[in-house]
Design a protein around this ligand. Structure first.
Ligand code: NCD
Length: 331
């Protein structure tokens, strides 16, 4: 028999879950890099530095112990999903990972994605979403009552990747202004390139684009760079850019975005960064790649200290720690 007057389980006044910081990020969605001002970037990067120091000294902490993240991936992912999970766990938070066996059904029908979001937001405080349709995160954010973080919307954007890319450039080379950044590979479908070029247009950089003719940077992005006064040039040979590049940002040809696989076959072996090619590069430069690589960078290049792509992976976790804590009002 239940007791008539129960002793309360919780003293709810004991411990209140309140935002400590209500800066520009609190409860905000992270959908596109265009939402970040220069000051926002500096803020996130300095919080990221703190996350790095904390992780190295303590390993974990309890900053987000009262919060839960739902990680919803309708497309494959190794780094993005695991780094968000690692980020949340390092900050003491909980994770609902929905990454396997999730059925993709067209958002244009207007239902499945939104219903999934309406369901998951009952359980969590923030949602990270990867989905094959351009605009899917913006759509989810329109309806959701918790912040949505875009972890890749088809060939659209990948804002958290661009933040970690920019952070890596700053950390490795000490600055962004004045650099020559060469982007190589699938510039048409590569969402990391789309987001990073938009972010870099806030800085005084020169951009070189290297791709097969069929995979050039979309015209609207190119025009946007030119309107921002960025010095840009296109070529289809890595040899044209390797000597002057401070950053060589290499990307995979995005097989899954091709309607015609014969077209993919034509360009799939377009280039490879080899130790021989690296001999022509500057002594102080970095090679980056959002990964996965499928033959664009020879494994022997990994031993070159200029190969920054695995350090870039680690930075991704710190950036995501800073972002999660900021949208939840704890940083
Ligand atoms: C990228 C992506 O998913 O857009 N990967 C990642 O998030 N690190 C790049 C790619 O898939 O080629």
């Amino acid at each position: 028999m239940a007791e008539k007057s129960l002793t309360p389980l919780f003293n709810l006044n004991d411990h209140k879950r309140e935002p400590k910081f209500t800066n520009g990020f609190y409860q905000k969605d992270i959908i596109s890099v265009t939402q970040f001002s220069h000051d926002d970037l500096e803020y996130i990067f300095s919080r990221t530095d703190e996350m790095l120091e904390m992780s190295r000294q303590w390993g974990t902490c309890g900053l987000l112990k009262d919060y839960t993240l739902a990680c919803v991936f309708y497309e494959p992912s190794t780094r993005t999903s695991s780094s968000f999970i690692a980020a949340m766990e390092r900050l003491g938070g909980k994770v609902i990972p929905i990454t396997e066996g999730i059925q993709y059904s067209s958002v244009s029908k207007g239902e499945t994605l939104i219903d999934t979001i309406f369901t998951l937001e009952q359980y969590c405080d923030v949602i990270v979403l990867r989905h094959p349709d351009i605009g899917s995160s913006a759509l989810a954010a329109k309806y959701a009552h918790v912040p949505i973080i875009n972890a890749g919307d088809g060939a659209g954007e990948h804002p958290t990747q661009a933040l970690l890319d920019l952070y890596t450039i700053k950390r490795e080379l000490g600055k962004v202004d004045g650099l020559k950044v060469a982007m190589v590979g699938d510039l048409r479908y590569g969402r990391t390139v789309h987001s990073l070029t938009k972010l870099l247009s806030q800085y005084d950089v020169s951009l070189r684009f290297v791709s097969p003719d069929t995979l050039r940077l979309p015209l609207d992005l190119m025009n946007n760079l030119i309107d921002n006064g960025i010095n840009v040039r296109e070529t289809n040979k890595v040899a044209d850019v390797i000597q002057n590049a401070d950053v060589l940002y290499v990307t995979r040809i995005q097989k899954e975005r091709f309607n015609d696989l014969a077209q993919y076959e034509e360009v799939k072996n377009f280039f490879e960064i080899t130790p021989e090619l690296m001999e022509e590069a500057k002594e102080k430069m970095i090679v980056m790649h959002p990964l996965p690589r499928v033959g664009e960078i020879h494994y022997k290049v990994d031993r070159d200290p200029r190969a920054a792509y695995f350090r870039q992976v680690q930075n991704g976790m710190y950036i995501r720690m800073a972002l999660l804590a900021s949208v939840l009002g704890q940083a």
